[in-house]
Design a protein around this ligand. Structure first.
Ligand SMILES: [Zn+2]
Length: 162
């Protein structure tokens, strides 16, 4: 795990300092209040290797928690954290909670693996649990070859239908 000074730029590329952005969530000083904040905090957590935060913000109904042991999931997070370079995050669209309490965020994660662009867009579903927002599930589409930074949720769903 990298300890990042709170005066440094936050790895979620919000242009705020880490201390004013994702650090209070990573350190357990504040519960994550909403889905966009959680997208940012999880991206920064991958960049910094905040593995416990990544696990604790998975909803208990997330497929990884349902199917796999905690150690297995943490090992997968460790691999993703160490093998990828986290170059930037852009939230492109969002929807407030529906009747079931699920809110959605569409985001572009700029990520490289050994110099190869493996960026993706993800439509994430989020739901509150124990007073904090958690990551329930996500659908991913490749974003390595074209600019998807203006994509909307409607556009993402239309693309997925092909
Ligand atoms: Zn941040």
């Amino acid at each position: 795990m990298t300890t990042l000074a709170r005066s440094r730029p936050c790895p979620c590329t919000s242009k705020k300092t880490y201390g004013d952005c994702c650090a209070p969530f990573h350190k357990g000083e504040r519960a994550v209040p909403d889905a966009p904040s959680l997208v940012r905090a999880r991206y920064a957590a991958f960049a910094l290797g905040e593995l416990e935060f990544l696990y604790s913000t998975l909803h208990t109904n997330h497929a990884d928690r349902v199917k796999h042991s905690r150690d297995h999931v943490l090992a997968a997070f460790r691999g993703a954290s160490s093998q990828f370079k986290y170059m930037g995050l852009k939230l492109t669209d969002s929807r407030p909670a529906d009747a079931q309490g699920t809110s959605q965020v569409l985001y572009l994660a700029r990520i490289f693996r050994k110099g190869e662009n493996v960026s993706f867009v993800e439509l994430g579903d989020f739901r509150e649990e124990d007073g904090a927002m958690r990551y329930l599930s996500g659908r991913i589409a490749d974003a390595s070859r074209e600019d998807r930074s203006e994509l909307t949720i409607d556009g993402f769903i239309a693309d997925a239908r092909g």
